[in-house]
Design a protein around this ligand. Sequence first.
Ligand code: PAZ
Length: 319
Amino acid sequence: MMAAPSPAEQIRQDFAPPQADVEEITRAMEAFARGHNSEGRRVVLITSGGTKVPLESRTVRFLDNFSSGHRGATSAEYFLQAGYAVIFLHRHRSMYPYSRRYSALNWLDVLRLLPCSAPREHRVEAVQSQLPGIVRVLQDYHGMKESGRLLPIEFNTLSDYLHLLLAAARALSPLGSNALFYLAAAVSDFYIPASEMPEHKIQSSSGPLQITMKMVPKMLSPLVKEWAPKAFVISFKLETNPEILIERARKALDTYRHQVVVANVLDTRRSYVVVVTSTEEEKLSISDEEESVGVEIEDKIVKDLTLRHTRFIEGTELN
Ligand code: PAZ
């Protein structure tokens, strides 16, 4: 009997070649990680946003999910604030650190034309009252850019995501326990192998659609065991039923043997999470009062996790 392919082989065999230039991005991630590590800085890989699973190879239709990328983009800001260098692996057009605060704006409503003295010339001005907190945000954004501590990398499809996660794990592996994986993206559990996917648009004239999807290989298992075995790894678990949340988070910890699962429920994910480890369940929440003054749950999550990461590096946090 033939052995089942490893997740890395399954990705190469079953998925369309990535649209992203994985080799070039890998070199950029390696140089980024090496450079910051040599300056004594920890490096976090944040995954963020949902994934798009094509149903046809010349894709007209795809399966998507709800994730906006808010968790990943917001957490990236707090990791930068905590002194980390951040590789931000995010879905194209999902939320982005700093600009995420204004993602609901229509820019044309924020900009105003000012007449100039020269005929037919105009200047453009932003209406500051429509951009709450913009001065501070601009200062933080430009400060972060000058520091060179954010490496943004985009993915479009599930295939891109899987190839880039593998590449990122290999780039961060040499950092040992100084590397942190913060896997907040909502990744599809199902896909159609490239060899079974129709090339052209599925015709509605053929009647109701029945599709069979395969399980996406679980990347956490080889990540923890082979690709970056010394790193501090945090996965997220989302459920809609609060009653099974902790049990599912514990199951993930037992299966993959990584350090932390951050458990959250769809409807309450902005104000309540549980940080689950093999020995603890730490509940983090945002009160109405905190919310009214702009406190964000990601601030608490990142504070909690960076402390655990320090203890992990020092060997005082349970592995
Ligand atoms: O991206 P977002 O801010 O809208 O949502 C965040 C989240 C719920 C996707 C994240 O916290 C999470 O739980 N990610 C893992 C989802 C899962 O695969 O279980």
